[in-house]
Design a protein around this ligand. Structure first.
Ligand code: ADP
Ligand code: MG
Length: 251
């Protein structure tokens, strides 16, 4: 379980600078996906970076099973907002690099890479560079890379936002299929109501100025079969949109 306690982050050195996130409390139970949703600038990326250990919070703590979460102890898979692929490396190399950076596993990972690429429909693209791939294909490469690490914690920052609606829904399916084979504890940031509802068993609604949690909702429907066609999905979407509107809207 991930426990975020009393977390505050301020970017400036000055005590008077406004906090990017303030007093955030949140738990993510083991083997669940928690979706964080909220307007631009409310601190979603800041929260993820703090959990990833990329930035140090001014206050508070982030615990994994009661001990401080640290990239030195746990393997943390972080998928940044812009995929984070290296432009001068091929698809295959990009995926392999993810494993290398994290200390490397054995040679059989080569076979593993190919079988996962096969599964994601990108095996034929192995020698292409990121610029030669569509957004959806780059996304698949980034997913392959992060899932091959078999991280203890998965952090995803608006992973499907740059994609068109149809590709985005495809990628959500691809993500869920991969996720179910690992059931890694996941914190996923999105600004799409449908995405939060589709993927997040727990949905955290954030509010800006300062960035803070407005509400936490349980969403047991997440990931269930045929959910998009379920009337309850529409109704929940309507409610969530209404809440965001009441908070002063969105983008
Ligand atoms: P979100 O991901 O929800 O759009 P961010 O976490 O990127 O929000 O930003 C939260 C707040 O912190 C915003 O007001 C933003 O302008 C500010 N901020 C983000 N990164 C920096 C930075 N490196 N330096 C100063 N302020 C920043
Ligand atoms: Mg962001």
């Amino acid at each position: 379980m991930i426990e975020i306690r009393n977390l505050s982050v301020r970017y400036g050195a000055n005590q008077n600078d406004r906090e990017a996130i303030s007093n955030v409390h949140l738990t993510v139970p083991d083997g669940t996906v928690c979706a964080v949703i909220g307007p631009s600038g409310c601190g979603k990326s800041t929260l993820l970076k703090a959990v990833a250990g990329i930035l140090t919070p001014n206050e508070g703590e982030i615990l994994m099973d009661g001990k401080p979460l640290s990239p030195k102890v746990q393997s943390i898979g972080f998928m940044p907002q812009s995929y984070g692929l290296m432009p001068w490396r091929t698809a295959m190399e990009n995926i392999r690099l993810g494993i290398r950076i994290k200390g490397g596993r054995s040679k059989d990972s080569e076979e593993e890479i190919l079988s996962l690429m096969e599964r994601l429909g990108i095996a034929e693209l192995r020698d292409r560079y990121p610029r030669e791939l569509s957004g959806g294909q780059q996304q698949r490469v980034a997913l392959a890379r992060v899932f091959l690490l078999r991280p203890d914690v998965l952090l995803m920052d608006e992973p499907f936002s740059a994609l068109d609606a149809i590709t985005r829904e495809d990628m959500q399916e691809v993500f869920l299929a991969l996720w179910h084979s690992l059931k890694v504890t996941t914190l996923l940031v999105t600004h799409y109501v449908e995405e939060a509802l589709y993927l997040g068993e727990r949905i955290v609604l954030m509010q800006a100025s300062p960035g803070r949690i407005a509400e936490v909702m349980e969403n047991p429907l997440a990931g269930s079969e045929g959910l998009r066609a379920n009337p309850a999905f529409f109704e929940k979407g309507r409610q969530l949109r209404e809440k965001i509107k009441q908070m002063g809207g969105y983008r």
